[in-house]
Write a new protein. Sequence first.
Length: 134
Amino acid sequence: QIPEIKSAYKKESDGITLSIDGIRVEFNCDNKTGYIKQINYTIINQGSSELSPKIEVRTYKEWDYNVRAEPPQKLLKPEDIKMSIGVNEWVMKSSHVIIIFTGEEKTLRLELFDTANDENLVTATMPLDFNSYR
């Protein structure tokens, strides 16, 4: 049975749902900078065909062309997620990442692609308020 997503940070497009279910952060001793260590997310495929998922992970202060042009801070490939997600299948994952933050970043962005055609399927964002993780 397909799970009901409780996260406020979910997006759906053409039957494909991506949600950011939570993150784990670790602060440096200055208590301002640190690392995002883990991202929890869910992918639900209620689209018309199976997909081979790839997720580009970025954090940023403001979304603009420069951020877009930079490579993602983390790339989660099918072997990191699941090689294939069939129609009416889903996957819930916790992926270990190391994404440095300075405290300036305002948004975490996950972009889901299908590696079969490199098509961007859906993008989910979550506001970053590092104070809430202290």
